[in-house]
Design a protein around this ligand. Structure first.
Ligand code: 13P
Length: 248
């Protein structure tokens, strides 16, 4: 049985008060599916102290470099020291708004692993790419860059989040069948390199996952959890999604 993970990506939202509210509610979420919270960097310290010990902490990005003159960047070692278990890499907002290409994302993936973090690699196609029936080609290319940088066992210690760009923040969720098809494709691509890591790899869905559509997405055999944006800012909704994952 693969572990199920519900991770909240706060993006550039939240404050100390939200950390406090989530910490308060998350006490009874330490069992069942794994729960993870990825707040902005300045809130990591407060989250590390206040979240119950079963709740994991993640960063929203990590530098591909270890240390040096990289103003504004944060290294994997720093994130480890701040209490992080996870680092999101290659979120579509970073790919499009900050021009992160596949090679840079793969560099971040490797840097996270080297620092002892579990990278959460975000992949997914735009609406134009889906309409042109290029979804599998795009996803294969995004995975391929990581294999090139990290080798055939790249996903032995990692998480993939399939986030169709057209479903992020739009209220337009992929259907369970659409999500399942891409998740199965991802697992098959990973299995072509290494069957053991494919079998164990958690593949999360992200894109307008909410309390009322989580259960049907999580019922799919290759959907192992969710990377939640908007709904993760509402402790009630976030923990309802976590309950759906625990019951799936
Ligand atoms: O980008 C996402 C998580 O990383 C998804 O965001 P929404 O859940 O707000 O659509």
């Amino acid at each position: 049985m693969r572990r199920k993970i519900i991770a909240g990506n706060w993006k550039m939202n939240g404050d100390g008060e939200l950390v406090r509210r989530i910490a308060e509610r998350a006490a009874d979420a330490a069992s069942g599916a794994e729960l993870a919270v990825c707040p902005p960097f300045p809130l990591l310290a407060a989250a590390a102290t206040q979240l119950p010990s079963g709740v994991r902490l993640g960063a929203q990005d990590v530098s591909e470099y270890e240390a040096g003159a990289y103003t504004g960047e944060v290294s994997g070692a720093m994130l480890r020291e701040a209490g992080c278990r996870y680092a999101i890499v290659g979120h579509s907002e970073r790919r499009t708004l900050y021009s992160e290409d596949n090679a840079r994302v793969a560099g971040k993936y490797v840097a996270a692993q080297r620092a002892g973090l579990t990278p959460i690699l975000c992949i997914g196609e735009s609406l134009a790419e889906r309409d042109a029936e290029r979804t599998e080609a795009v996803v294969a290319e995004q995975l391929g860059a990581v294999f090139e940088a990290a080798g055939d066992r790249a996903f032995a210690e990692g998480v993939v989040a399939y986030e169709p760009v057209w479903a992020i923040g739009t209220g337009r969720t992929a259907t369970p069948e659409q999500a399942q098809a891409v998740h199965a494709f991802v697992r098959q691509r990973v299995a072509e390199r290494d069957t053991d890591s494919a079998e164990a790899l958690p593949i999360l869905y992200g894109g307008s996952m909410k309390a009322d559509n989580a259960a049907e997405l999580l019922a799919q055999p290759d959907v192992d959890g969710g990377l939640i944006g908007g709904a993760s800012l509402d402790p009630e909704a976030f923990l309802a999604i976590h309950r759906a994952a625990t019951e799936a």
